[in-house]
Design a protein around this ligand. Structure first.
Ligand code: AMP
Length: 430
């Protein structure tokens, strides 16, 4: 066959079975963990007004400056100028918009999670896609509901450690930092600007721009030649005020007492403007260059910058694509195979086979249903190819006698089983 003309867009991909079984396994485990931490699901729209991300993520971030899928939505009327819309590049801004729009502060502390696609126009490579999936959570509410407490930061981090362990992800590292409050950041930014001034001309174009507009973002730089310069820059840890220092110390104390290991990393400043205090990433060695499985942090000023009331919050986003990659490194794919292949033999047998399939599926047995036009040999071959444990033959003799030929496709052994005992025989472990 010639190459198909219409293909999935670069940076997007089809998730096919059997890989989708692994995605389902991850999502089921994640939902289960969220349930015991008393988080509930939120689903926000996939596109929002561009302004939400410009304000909520920050104009100066790479995401907003170069990676968003944005278009002007034409109205129906000629005179309608149209609104600028954007496919969501992340989900926190959408959740906080919903918090403000639905006055969720009336519920006290909100513990919300989401699972869904996000979109960024990045250079596609292994572990980096233009449509990718995030599993995330946000704890947000009025300060009176305890949303500012370091106990919430520690709870989120402990949840993540539990989740990765539950999924069987081995060898993760928690990188932890505090990036202080807005005042600390202002002082620090000034110090960075001064430190960058004499050296910025030797740095990449992006860093030259960052040095002028938002020096903190220099730490996002991946250009190898710039790293020695970045290594020598002052660190945020020297600029934290006393309340921020104490908050950070309390988070670390709780983590130690629950036994969650972490590494302090004062270069970790995260890509988004709205973070305050706790910032973190979990990394995994098997992922290579794109080694961050997840990232998150506190965003105490975000609600206000979107026009809402003060609402401290903390959250994270796991890259589900990378989580699945890390799992594939450590385990094989989870494959779902039918328990039984039902082989109707001859005219009129499809109906009988359908009846049997219906009855067996009620017993939670995974059934693949054949076709009366297949000959016996083709049916058995099809069942074996699918990896079915048994083939159940449904022919005129079987219907007349009520005794069915059940063939074990692994051993080749065939037994005769009364209709009423079929489910029990198929469920029985070898
Ligand atoms: P961020 O919202 O940038 O903090 O990203 C959170 C997590 O989402 C990262 O740690 C990655 O695991 C994942 N992620 C971000 N961008 C991409 C991408 N383009 N492709 C795949 N995963 C991504």
């Amino acid at each position: 066959m010639t190459e198909p003309k219409i293909k999935a867009i670069r940076g997007t991909r089809d998730l096919l079975p059997p890989e989708t079984a692994l995605w389902n396994f991850v999502e089921a485990a994640v939902r289960d963990v969220f349930r015991v931490y008393n988080f509930q699901e939120i689903r926000t729209p996939i596109f929002e007004s561009t302004e939400l991300f410009a304000r909520g993520v920050g104009e100066e971030t790479d995401i907003v400056a170069k990676e968003m899928y944005t278009w002007v939505d034409r109205g129906r009327a000629e005179s309608d100028k149209g609104q600028s819309l954007t496919l969501r590049p992340e989900n926190t801004a959408g959740v906080v918009r919903a918090y403000i729009e639905h006055k969720l502060w009336e519920r006290g502390l909100n513990k919300l999670y989401y699972i869904g696609p996000q979109f960024r126009r990045e250079r596609p490579q292994k572990g980096r896609y233009r449509q990718f999936y995030q599993i995330g959570a946000e704890m947000i509410g009025p300060a009176t509901a305890g949303s500012e407490s370091p106990a919430r930061d520690a709870e989120i981090l402990e949840l993540l450690a539990t989740l990765l362990d539950r999924l069987g992800i081995k060898g993760w590292t928690l990188q932890l930092n505090s990036i202080g409050c807005a005042d600390d950041r202002a002082k620090y930014n000034e110090a960075l600007r001064q430190a960058l001034d004499p050296v910025k001309d030797k740095m990449c174009e992006d860093c030259q721009r960052r040095a002028a507009t938002n020096p903190l973002r220099v730490f996002d730089c991946k250009v190898p030649e710039d790293q020695p310069i970045i290594e020598k820059l002052p660190r945020i840890s020297q600029y934290l005020d006393e309340p921020c220092r104490q908050h950070f110390a309390a988070v670390k104390d709780i983590l130690k007492s629950v036994g969650v290991a972490f590494q302090e990393n004062d270069r970790l400043v995260r890509g988004l403007d709205y973070y305050t205090r706790t910032a973190f990433e979990f990394t995994h060695g098997a992922l290579g260059a794109q080694n961050a499985i997840l990232g998150g942090g506190r965003y105490d000023g975000l609600s206000e910058s979107l026009g809402g009331p003060p609402a401290p919050g903390i959250g994270f986003a796991i890259g589900e694509d990378r989580l699945v990659l890390a799992l594939q490194e450590s385990a094989g794919a989870v494959q779902s195979k039918p328990d039984v292949y039902i082989a109707p033999l001859g005219h009129g047998m499809d109906a009988h086979a359908a009846q049997l399939a219906r009855a067996l599926r009620h017993h939670d047995i995974v059934v693949e249903l054949g076709d009366e036009n297949f000959r016996m040999k083709k049916s058995l071959e099809t069942g074996s190819k699918l990896g079915a444990r048994f083939a159940l033959i449904v022919g005129e003799n079987e219907i007349r006698s009520g005794l069915f030929a059940l063939k074990n496709l692994e051993t080749g052994e065939q037994i005769s089983v009364p209709r009423a005992e079929l489910a029990a025989k198929i469920i029985q472990k070898p």
